[in-house]
Design a protein around this ligand. Sequence first.
Ligand code: TYD
Ligand code: MG
Length: 479
Amino acid sequence: MAKVQSLFVCQSCGTTHARWLGRCEACSAWNTIVEEAHAGPNPSSPGMRARGKGLGKGLGLTFQTMDGVESTPPRLATGIGEFDRVCGGGLVAASSILVGGDPGIGKSTLLLQAVAGAALLDVKSVYVSGEEAVAQIQERAKRMGLEKASVQLAAETHLETILDGLKREKPHLVIIDSIQTVWTDTLTAAPGTVAQVRACAHELVSFAKKAGTIIILVGHVTKDGQIAGPRVVEHLVDGVLQFEGERGHHFRILRGLKNRFGPTDEIGVFEMGDTGLREVSNPSQLFLDNRGHSRPGSVVFAGIEGTRPLLVEIQALAAPTAFGAPRRAVVGWDATRLAMILAVLETRCGIAFGGRDVYLNVAGGLRITEPAADLAVAAALISALFDIALPEECVVFGEIALSGDVRPVTRAEARLKEALKLGFNKVYLPRAGATGMTASKSTQVTRLVSGQFGMAQHVIATAADLVTSITGQVQIQGQ
Ligand code: TYD
Ligand code: MG
């Protein structure tokens, strides 16, 4: 048996050190060095047995052609539509998924509902919790009306015990809540350290592959926003789902970040209630902040989240700066992108935000990452600054370049259809996004065209056009 040595590995750059250090000598990062057990070559491995003494030989690698496997993997549905959709239409046998999110966001609730849903569809399911006692889970299941589902519960953190139990029970679906609490005998490192999380996740993922079981690992997001340390588990698993939302809001979003068996960037929307999570089939309604009549600084953005169109309200406020440098505060959008839009408006349209504190908020606590929101943000800023509301029932989308040009965005038609479905009848959009219209003359800044969607389409070619459309005055173009 090879002697197990300890190595001290920097989790940031991967450099190995002979002893623990507070700061990595290679990358100068603080507190990133973690002890990892390092065994020598495994004498019982097939490669080592084949090699005997002297230089080793491989076991003979066989190659196959690309067109070998043709069937699509069968999917296991949990009955929770939004969850199945984010997984690409259900879970795939012998795969492993990591569900990450802030503590208390509702990961255990979601997975308890998913596992109960699967059990009700006669899938043999196991829920192993390292955080809660069995009685606590039973009580929660009862409150959520899931106590009839035949899910096997266990409260355990010792990896070898968990694996023994799984080998005996042979379930199809296993939830491990959470991977940070699981520990293995083979390492001396404390539970929750990167070495333990990586070793345990590796064992569980290998078990899933061998036994044909689906394993879902729950992972708490660490302070710096990474799942279980610096991406240690993400590359091991077949899928990574992120469960997110704002504490003060009821809605939660399940976002696919990685999926080896389906599309990524898909979202599922849920609402947290007294009896667990409820699927939200029409999320646009949720994010539109009790829309009555149009107010200055408030603009509805026709966005796309994953593959779905989603209408969100963007709110801006431009208040006079009381003293010192003006503030720029943004919630739900990128602060750098806001600075860029402000710079474009100042430089290309001659609008000064210099003496104003600017606040930008995406209603409902959603986080938007699409550049298509640029035009909506600019519209909200202009509308707030001039205290002029946009027309009633109007949506906005388009990307703004540094030159001030408004660029077309993807899936304009889906955005328009969603807006129309929710009763909007006007849109500010880039030229190529306009449908059912003829090419407009370049001298004309804004044209009103009734497109095939029955919506009045204001085509915005540059940021200056937008200012003119909202304020109704001709602005002096900056240099
Ligand atoms: P939980 O699933 O335990 O979060 P996580 O596993 O991500 O840490 O959910 C915790 C929160 O959800 C808790 O603050 C209470 C709330 N909650 C409800 O509002 N309604 C419910 O039916 C349940 C089960 C939880
Ligand atoms: Mg939990």
